[in-house]
Design a protein around this ligand. Structure first.
Ligand SMILES: [Zn+2]
Length: 499
């Protein structure tokens, strides 16, 4: 009899099967002779800042050359050729890592470096150009450590007010201090009423939150995954996979795959609150105007407010600083505002998705018997449950925000319970001129005048939400990265009407 518990099913099955095979061999008293003496070849891994992780389990399939090194003649493979397959993400160093020794060399200088396997030395590096101290034997890993990386290819640690630190996967592999034994599953045989249980674990190098965050003040910590999922940290380990990092929560209470970074001191509020707050007011019989401003980071709001570019909004008090979504782009930010849930539930995590997999605000409002309008520019970015009111640039001002303002003011006079209007000029200006440029500040000031008209004309509640922020680039601005300028945005709830 066999009972199996825990882990993923497929893994458990495999564990179960190998336990059965092992047991059969033991029962039959069989021994398994290797195909040839010394046939066991340990796996050599190529890991770190590379696109393709490689597990080299033998010499078959490798492009072998015959080299003469000192008085030895060996079949060897060019390390340069292996790295071409692994594809380092940028100019790198490689670290040759053995159980008790490592050597670091520049990966661009490996034209005369080879890898051979011999029964005496295991995997062995043979460098013709480098000092012989870099000829590492019993090699276990070749770790590529990038000199420089794109923001998105590394793990970033941020808070609402700064980008604190970043790490490359290669750097983490080179410095990992912990071994995490990851539980795969258990199998039990019962013989004569005695249960014989075997649990199986796989070993993974790991780092802890304090390795990543150092001395920084932690507060509420979120672990952000590549698909936009965010988990509140309550203990756990960051497991170093060959070319990415997975987070496993303590007690196996979940996993975040392909970690993009960590947010420290994260507020509980996010721009998805707009959905819940709008429904709350609609439920209380109030009409709601939801103004969505595109690409307006909290740091831009604070700068504009401090420098007199937001006279009307500043007179109404301070905005709340809330979290946007990962990736901080319009599709995902809008989806969050209009569905009240994150990308893992609404299905929109990047510019590549347009279709929602959860109910939107208009759908729920309709179910409540409320009338809605969705006012956009000349196109819609995600598909919602109702047909939007489009606005063309009729006066050829180069923007549709003035037309959106006029249309929204018209709807303010109609008998509509929920109006959602999406203004885009701050984002466009941020892209062209930069997040804190004078031109963008003047656009923010223009939007402030629009907000004054809208809020004073609206007889009901007004929510101002923002899809994502904006950071400086060499030629203007951009967004879509796990950095504080993109991830934190202002949020307002106001009472409309004449002041
Ligand atoms: Zn944009």
């Amino acid at each position: 009899m066999r009972t199996v518990t825990g882990g993923e099913e497929s893994k458990v099955d495999r564990v179960g099967v190998s336990v059965i095979v092992l047991c059969l061999l033991l029962i039959l008293g069989a021994t398994v002779a290797p195909k040839a003496a010394g046939a066991y070849i340990p796996t050599l891994q190529i890991v770190g800042d590379i696109e393709n992780a490689l597990d080299i389990r033998g010499v078959e399939g490798l492009d072998l050359q015959t080299i003469t090194y000192g008085d030895r003649t060996l079949h060897a493979v060019s390390i340069d050729e292996l790295l071409k397959i692994a594809k380092p993400r940028s100019r790198s160093d490689v670290i040759y890592s053995a159980p008790d020794l490592a050597a670091r060399v520049d990966a661009s200088l490996l034209a005369n470096s080879y890898l051979a396997f011999t029964p005496e030395n295991g995997w062995e590096v043979l460098n013709f150009d480098h000092p012989t101290s870099s000829n590492i034997k019993r090699l276990e890993q070749i770790i590529a450590v990038a000199h420089e990386l794109e923001w998105d290819d590394r793990i970033t640690i941020i808070s609402p007010i700064e980008n604190i630190a970043y790490f490359s996967i290669g750097q983490l592999h080179a410095s990992s201090q912990y071994v995490h034994w990851e539980y795969n599953g258990s199998a039990t045989f019962t013989h004569d009423t005695v249960g014989y249980t075997s649990s199986v674990y796989t070993k993974s190098p790991a780092v802890t939150l304090s390795d990543l965050a150092g001395e920084a003040d932690l507060g509420r910590v979120l672990v952000v995954g590549g698909s936009g999922e965010m988990a509140v940290y309550k203990g756990g380990m960051f497991l170093l996979r060959p070319n990415h990092v997975d987070f496993v929560a303590e007690g196996r209470r979940g996993m975040v795959k392909n970690v993009k970074g960590i947010i420290l001191n994260s507020p509980v509020s996010s721009n998805s609150d707009a959905f819940h707050d709008a429904l709350h007011f609609l439920g209380a019989g109030r009409s709601v105007l939801l103004v969505i401003l595109d690409g307006f980071g909290y740091h831009q709001y604070a700068y504009a407010s401090d420098n007199g570019y937001l006279p009307f909004m500043s007179s109404l008090g301070e905005a709340q600083r809330v979290l946007s979504v990962y990736q901080p782009v319009t599709n995902a930010g809008l989806a969050s505002i209009l569905t009240g849930v994150g990308p893992e539930q609404n299905g929109v995590m990047s510019r590549n998705q347009r279709s929602l997999t959860s109910q939107d605000l208009f759908e729920v409002a309709t179910e409540m018997g409320k009338m809605s309008a969705y006012i956009v520019g000349d196109r819609q970015i995600i598909n919602v449950s109702m047909e939007p009111v489009y606005n063309l640039d009729l006066n050829q001002s180069g923007s549709t925000d003035d037309e959106i303002l006029a249309t929204t003011l018209l709807y303010a006079k109609k008998d509509v319970d929920l109006v959602v209007a999406h203004f885009k000029d701050i984002d466009r200006s941020g892209h062209t001129f930069g997040d804190l440029s004078l031109q963008t500040m003047l656009t923010i000031a223009e939007t402030d005048r629009y907000l004054e008209e809208l809020i004073t004309s609206w007889d009901g509640m007004v929510i101002v939400a923002v899809d994502h922020g904006m950071h400086s680039t060499l030629d203007g601005g951009g967004h879509g990265l796990l950095r504080y300028e993109d991830m934190f945005v202002p949020y307002f709830i106001l009472e409309g009407g004449k002041r």
